[in-house]
Design a protein around this ligand. Structure first.
Ligand SMILES: [Zn+2]
Ligand SMILES: [Zn+2]
Length: 347
């Protein structure tokens, strides 16, 4: 028998149409009911709010937004390992666990991935911006009562950053460049530092983002328009062992093969459109390895542990928080890159 309760959910119906609505949440015997405490606004939420789409995922029906959230367990399936009242971070990924990608341990590449707050499939998969949400037990990662929910709510974007670090291979003693110092770029800086990188340099056009990059562990943060600097990085075949491209901007993508030393590696994690000119010749003659990085696998649990233990402090990135009643204001604030890095909503 499915159970149900009334909830208040933040629903996007079209571009510039996000409202708090009363809805009925139903859930099955095998699901966990969670009282949501706090959630971070991500780039995809902003895209649904501004354009009614995020990349190739186009809104075709109203959808509850949000995939970066934490809460407390209210109800568990019988025989569950979870305890009532326990604090949990929610992994928004629900892979099929049956396809060949899943069976080889690359669940992030699952073609049937149900990712919360994503309009990729019909019906869309609702997100977690509501006072209550029902999830599967495997999505719940418990965390210590003594931790701050505003810290643990960074688990999902930090998991993206740790996955990118894993795609890079060992960073011990390496010189690292991170192009683009938004929340993902800054968390990649922190994850690279925690993983033994010797020197981390960041770029961003915004001075505010460069300051945050420094706070998150970059030794230097440079305006990509500073050609004295960027020319020097191209001398002797290239300065950096590993470049993380976290901006998705065409100019930044095209610049990374020049900055990377022969035999080095580029990890592309910024979602970019097609770019007019890419120096493929440099990739070839320098034998650079170019790899993509998409979402995360078991790095989600790692991210929760790193945040819980204080190995990474994400709080310099938290720019503002709003109650759910002001969710539209929260989204508008998150849209303005000159004002805000991460904005959270409190439920
Ligand atoms: Zn996210
Ligand atoms: Zn699968």
């Amino acid at each position: 028998m499915p159970k149900s309760r009334e909830i208040i959910a933040s629903v996007v119906s079209a571009a510039h149409d996000v409202r708090n609505e009363n809805r009925t949440l139903t859930w099955g015997e095998d699901q966990v009911l969670v009282r949501v405490e706090r959630g971070g606004i991500c780039g995809s939420d902003i895209h649904y709010f501004l354009h009614g789409r995020a990349g190739m995922s186009v809104l075709k029906q109203p959808m509850i937004i949000g995939h970066e959230f934490v809460g407390r367990v209210v109800e568990t399936p019988s025989g569950s390992q979870l305890k009532i009242g326990q604090r949990v971070a929610i992994n928004p990924s629900l892979p099929c666990n049956r396809c060949s990608r899943c069976l080889e341990g690359k669940q992030n590449l699952c073609g049937q991935m149900r990712f919360m707050g994503s309009a990729q499939f019909l019906p869309h998969v609702h997100g977690g911006f509501a006072d209550y949400v029902a999830v599967s037990e495997q999505q719940c990662v418990p965390y210590a009562d003594s931790s701050d929910a505003k810290v643990i709510a960074f688990a999902e974007p930090l998991a993206v950053a740790i996955h990118a670090v894993n795609r890079a291979g060992s960073l011990v003693g390496k010189k690292v460049l991170v192009t683009g110092s938004g929340p993902i770029g800054c968390l990649t800086i922190a994850a690279a530092l925690a993983s033994g990188a010797a020197e981390i340099v960041a770029t961003d056009m915004s001075e505010r983002c460069r300051l945050l990059a420094r706070e998150m562990g970059a030794a230097r943060a440079v305006d990509p328009g500073n050609s004295d600097m960027t020319d020097a990085w191209q001398e002797n075949g290239g300065y950096f062992d590993v470049c993380f491209e976290a901006s998705g901007a065409a100019a930044a993508i095209a610049s990374t093969p020049g900055f990377t030393r022969p035999g080095g590696r580029i990890v592309q994690l910024g979602m970019g459109a097609a770019i007019p000119a890419f120096p493929l010749g440099l990739l070839l003659v320098k034998e650079i390895t170019l790899v993509g990085s998409f979402r995360f696998i078991d790095e989600f649990a790692t991210a929760v542990r790193w945040l819980e233990s204080g190995r990474i402090n994400p709080l310099p990135l938290l720019s503002a928080e709003f109650p759910q009643s002001d969710v539209v204001k929260a989204l508008e604030t998150a849209c303005d890159k000159n004002l805000a890095a991460k904005v959270q909503v409190v439920f």
